[in-house]
Design a binder for this molecule. Sequence first.
Ligand code: INI
Length: 154
Amino acid sequence: MAEELRGSLQGAGLKIGIAAARFNDAIVDRLIAGANDGLTRHGVELNNITVARCPGSWELPLLCKRMALSGKYDALIALGCVIKGGTAHFDYVAGQSCAGISQVSVDTDVPVIFGVLTTDTVEQAMDRAGIKMGNKGYDAAEAAIEMVDVLRQL
Ligand code: INI
């Protein structure tokens, strides 16, 4: 039978950094709460979680990079919310934020989970921040714990 490696959801002892944008903070604060909930429910201690804030999702890649290079965290979670407006701004901010966060993870070898909502409306964002469709912050927390464990098995 083929070997299959899967990460567990045991977060005890892990140190997690959360990089979170302040833009659309009514929504991002809910994502942070969801992430904290997901982490602590899986055994991460609250005092092993650090939240660092930046102005907007555009700045998340640099913040994540510096947090990753600090060597203090087993995994990072990037949280933000980009809501489509009438201009092309959405595409630039969302696209660069997404690409930059992915790049940081690959370059630094620290798992960086993408928890940036990219939606057409505020309502869609709220739905994904704990109202109707779960909380993407919580999902990101589970992804972070899983990634740490599966990478440790390699
Ligand atoms: N930042 C966001 O996180 N979400 C947005 O929806 C958004 N919009 O729409 O403009 C946004 N802009 C700010 C941007 O991330 C930077 O902070 C800003 O441009 C300064 O560099």
